[in-house]
Design a protein around this ligand. Structure first.
Ligand SMILES: Nc1ncnc2c1ncn2[C@@H]1O[C@H](COP(=O)(O)OP(=O)(O)O)[C@@H](O)[C@H]1O
Ligand SMILES: [Mg+2]
Length: 246
């Protein structure tokens, strides 16, 4: 399915790039803005298609996890490089707080980054001339089971904005696919309403979840909590035997 949807779109994007080069070469500058529009909308469509494919993959239980060890500060910096231009565009101040010894985690880093970029892009999109505060902390929780003390580290990513906020009655349905809160005919924000649905499902896959608090007209706070060590269900030996060359 993925291949069938992406290949024609890749051809459209590719041929359009070729036309842009030719238009420049033959001084056809009047058509350049139109070709740029084709490029922009084709990339928008590509983003929507990947979102729909991601969501259906998770729903079908076919989304694979690729856990790796990573420095949390490296992940944060990568995410900020992506999101800073969006914050600037709406004249928002983006500040980041985390302890220097925040350390490492072992999780599916690509999915974690996708969640954080989704949440921070929303904060940037729904806030104008405001402030976005990104706070990361590590918390150790002790559990007593059968007289055994076990400790688990959790990483908490909090994204607080001073934007438009979300009405209380809309909060319960926020993580459903295709839900957008403002009136669809007047909303100036674009998007498809898939970002939060995918992010919440990814958070579950990583062993955590996302919660939200918001006050209409004042701002919103989204909190992602995941274990520092992803819970592993499949035994690694099994997948090694299935794929001995790997
Ligand atoms: N930080 C936020 N502030 C205000 N509203 C938000 C925020 N994040 C999400 N929302 C609301 O939740 C809806 C769903 O978000 P999302 O799934 O990311 O879809 P999209 O960004 O494509 O609209 C948004 O359309 C918006 O109405
Ligand atoms: Mg979004």
């Amino acid at each position: 399915m993925s291949h069938e949807l992406r290949t024609p779109l890749a051809a459209i994007i590719g041929y359009n790039e070729l036309m842009q080069d030719l238009a420049a070469e033959y001084d056809l500058t009047p058509i350049l803005p139109y070709l740029k529009k084709v490029d922009m909308t084709a990339h928008q469509l590509l983003a929507i298609i990947s979102d729909i494919l991601d969501l259906s993959k998770v729903e079908a239980g076919r989304m694979e996890l690729l856990p790796e060890r990573a420095h949390i500060s490296v992940i944060i910096n990568h995410v900020l490089t992506n999101v800073q231009p969006l914050a600037d565009k709406n004249n928002n101040i983006l500040s980041v707080n985390y302890p220097t010894d925040i350390g490492e985690l072992y999780t599916d880093v690509a999915k974690l980054k996708q969640i954080l970029i989704n949440l921070l892009s929303n904060a940037a999109k729904f806030t104008q001339n405001g402030r976005i505060t990104f706070t990361i902390t590590r918390e150790t929780k002790s559990f007593n089971n059968d007289n055994n003390q076990t400790q688990n580290d959790w990483i908490i990513f909090e994204i607080a904005d001073t934007g438009i906020g979300i009405p209380e009655n809309a909060l319960p349905k926020l993580f459903r696919p295709f839900v957008q809160i403002n009136d669809s005919t007047t909303r100036p924000y674009g998007g498809t309403g898939l970002g939060l649905a995918i992010s919440q499902r990814f958070a579950y896959l990583l062993g955590g979840n996302i919660t939200v608090q918001s006050t209409l007209g004042k701002g919103s706070t989204f909190t992602l909590i995941i274990p520092a060590q992803i819970p592993i269900e499949e035994s690694p030996a099994k997948s090694y035997e299935e794929n001995p060359a790997a």
